[in-house]
Ligand binder design. Structure first.
Ligand code: B12
Ligand code: SF4
Ligand code: SF4
Length: 298
């Protein structure tokens, strides 16, 4: 029988830090609240609306069970103190492309646990219609922080999330993890772009969206993504770091010298970042972001 203890006992060997079966009761009890909180909201990188994103059957019609999983990418690497001429790349692009890492890990876990039954499964990490955060929350992997991240008490929020849909009936009795934010609101006030209203993200203002979609940069020289609202979170300060070698990087890749990056040709860029999630946005976008930052800094 596939249950949480079986999944946890197998997950570690595939580099998965957190895993759990989605509770159908919890999912159906929060669905209406999530939909009404986001109704009419235009979603980033998605044509449908919030009810589509809550509907896992749109991805696999005969889904009977969902497994959520997470892999830590917390990093201890820091901008050098004399780094005023350096740029910043978000932690989500350190090391190997996280989509590849999560898909590989999820497929390996699913392959092992479903092989005997022959159950059908599909693995997603950022790539599905159903929201990874909702799956994680309903599997008890963490709480919803005020910054809308899924935060695990031990690992913090620097965890990539994925989920597995299967036609095998799976369910579990999990209680939602209550928010541990308390009176803290560091993430909301630290956001340099003022992208959080009353905890609802206006993604059009978020540096992460701007650097990926329309072109631009963020405070401190972010030219891809942004980590400010996570860096300040107490749960990330105490979380274990550098758990997976695949997400390790070097100072010169995480905080490249601005001159070096803008003078790279496409081959040099590919050699440095071709294997990372940075490559998704392409050489031209990243280089232009850097040029915009340098010209405004003058
Ligand atoms: C599109 C997208 C983006 C867009 C838009 C984000 C957005 N929030 O709209 C942009 C490009 C801005 C973005 C940026 C980033 N993203 Co992104 N993104 C996604 C993606 C593909 C879909 C998210 C989405 O559309 N959400 C829809 C909106 C409505 O959800 P939401 O804002 O989280 O709102 C939640 C609340 O409304 C909550 N809620 C409301 N009412 C209620 C009531 C109850 C009871 C409950 C329980 C919940 C609840 O539920 C909503 C759903 O989560 C997911 C992967 C996926 N397929 O799920 C990754 C994902 C959310 N991103 C992730 C990451 C890491 C990032 C970045 C940190 C990358 C970076 N370093 O730059 C930034 C952070 C920006 C930020 N402050 O959130 C991770 C988050 C991991 C985690 N631990 O939470 C995900 C899950 C990717 C992954 N597979 O790991 N992202
Ligand atoms: S990722 Fe950066 S810009 Fe976006 S909400 Fe967080 S702190 Fe603000
Ligand atoms: S910074 Fe504070 S309010 Fe924001 S998510 Fe972390 S604990 Fe919650």
């Amino acid at each position: 029988m596939i249950d949480n203890s079986l999944l946890s006992s197998k997950a570690g060997k595939y580099g998965i830090d957190l895993v759990g079966i989605v509770s159908k009761t919890l999912l159906s009890s929060i669905s209406d609240q999530v939909i009404s909180a986001n109704v009419g909201r235009k979603l980033a990188f998605f044509k449908g609306d919030i009810s589509d994103r809550m509907d896992y059957k749109k991805e696999m019609e005969d889904t009977e069970g969902i497994i959520a999983f997470g892999i830590s990418y917390a990093s201890s690497i820091k901008m050098p103190e004399d780094g005023e001429n350096r740029l910043r790349i978000s932690k989500c692009a350190y090391g190997e492309d996280y989509h590849e890492v999560l898909m590989r890990a999820g497929r390996a876990l699913a392959g092992e646990v479903f092989s005997a039954s022959g159950a059908k499964y599909k693995v997603f990490a950022d790539t599905g219609i159903f929201l990874d955060r909702i799956a994680a929350y309903c599997a008890g992997l963490g709480f919803y922080g005020k910054n809308n991240f899924i935060i695990n008490e031990k690992y913090g929020s620097f965890i990539f999330l994925g989920h597995i849909l299967t036609d095998m009936p799976l369910d579990c009795d999990v209680s939602p993890v209550p928010s541990l934010c308390g009176d803290c609101h560091k993430c909301l006030t630290a956001c340099p772009a003022k992208a959080y209203g009353d905890s609802v993200l206006d993604y059009g203002k978020c540096t992460s969206y701007i650097t990926q979609k329309q072109g631009g940069y963020g405070k401190g020289g972010y030219i891809y993504g942004c980590d400010v609202c996570q860096d300040v979170c107490p749960f990330n300060l105490s979380a274990p770091k550098d758990l997976h070698k695949c997400f390790s990087t070097t100072i010169d890749k995480a905080f490249p010298e601005a001159e070096t990056l803008v003078n790279m040709n496409k081959d040099e860029f590919d050699e440095t970042y071709g294997n990372s999630s940075l490559a998704w946005r392409g050489f031209e976008r990243i280089k232009n972001n850097a040029l915009m930052y340098m010209s405004d800094k003058k």
